[in-house]
Design a protein around this ligand. Sequence first.
Ligand SMILES: NC(=O)c1ccc[n+]([C@@H]2O[C@H](COP(=O)([O-])OP(=O)(O)OC[C@H]3O[C@@H](n4cnc5c(N)ncnc54)[C@H](O)[C@@H]3O)[C@@H](O)[C@H]2O)c1
Length: 366
Amino acid sequence: MSKSLTVAMIEGDGIGVDVSRATVAVVDAATSKTGAAALSYDPIQAGAGYFAQTGQDIEPGGEDRAGAADAIFLGAIGLPSVRHEDGTEISPHLRLRDKFGLYAGVRPVKAYPNAPQRLADPRAAGIDMIILRESTEGLFYSAAAHKRSEIIGDSEVRDTLRITRETTEKLHHFGFKLAARRKARGKPGALTCVDKANVFASMAFFRKIYDEVAPHYPEIETSYAYVDAQALNLIRQPWDYDVMVMENMFGDILSDLAGGLVGGMGMAACAEIGDHHGLFQPAHGSAPDIMGQDKANPLAAILSGALMLDYLAEKSGDNAYAKAAELIENAVQNGFEAARISPMEFGGTMGTEAVTKEVLAQLGAL
Ligand SMILES: NC(=O)c1ccc[n+]([C@@H]2O[C@H](COP(=O)([O-])OP(=O)(O)OC[C@H]3O[C@@H](n4cnc5c(N)ncnc54)[C@H](O)[C@@H]3O)[C@@H](O)[C@H]2O)c1
């Protein structure tokens, strides 16, 4: 039996609560199958609902407890009806990214059988790519902490797009290593630098650092794309891409587009990794339009749980967690292949509970 690890659990708002609970059920079933020590959870209150009650966006001491845990899991945070005075929403998770240096936002985009394909071309069945979104600076630099935007009375507001050498070097190394790990598993092994280097000095700098890092990974194929052209490419031939690395705001937008290509936000998993911490969350929000109705697709969260187990395997050196991650990925793949997973999000009949139950059944846990 391996040593028990702790996960800081921030369920958050709206469907975040339901998909977090679904994830815990699946993660616990998978770890018990592989003999990994059960994870212990440290629940932390945070979000728009908590802010509306208390005036604070996270419970006192919550950030430190999140930092002390072996990993952080987050459901979703924010409700459009709850806002700060400047009009922005409650978003302590952006501060966590900043505080814990979670620069590498890993967003897998994979087509599953019998899930909707938004593109008619049959090659869309082969979509299997990763958007690597820098997550601490770029155009979100001002948003990560309050008072970073420059507000000039009621006449002008300036947000800053920040690219640093330190973070960008780490990001590109992370991207090339990720492409190399995928190549070892039979994927193409390519890293595309998505930027706007034709217009912005910050983006030319981002590309320059990519060029400096690339020679360390001669086995990885390199290419460039301007972000506007890449939006087009992701509709025209998404199956041609393996890993794409980009600035924060570009990644924010393109990962929703890419999530849509393989069904919807309910399939969009996400890991945010730094040098010492990892936060895992579905890429979607709190979905107020469907909250409290058992309609949310929990798979983005469940697949984020698998990413978390992979991370914990690496962090702890205990391969039983990596095996548990693989069990979850196979359960989702097999459930779709057997046409036994049919989320309401795709016009099917299964809500959060039914999808979770089927994943547990595929794991052999029911
Ligand atoms: N990381 C986060 O916590 C995060 C991310 C994005 C948005 N938000 C917040 O969430 C709130 C709602 O934002 P939004 O509506 O722009 O984005 P959203 O992702 O919550 O919803 C967009 C659309 O996708 C659907 N959807 C999302 N997840 C789904 C799921 N798992 N299953 C089925 N359908 C799903 C929703 O019903 C909605 O139609 C806002 O307050 C926003 O700030 C939080």
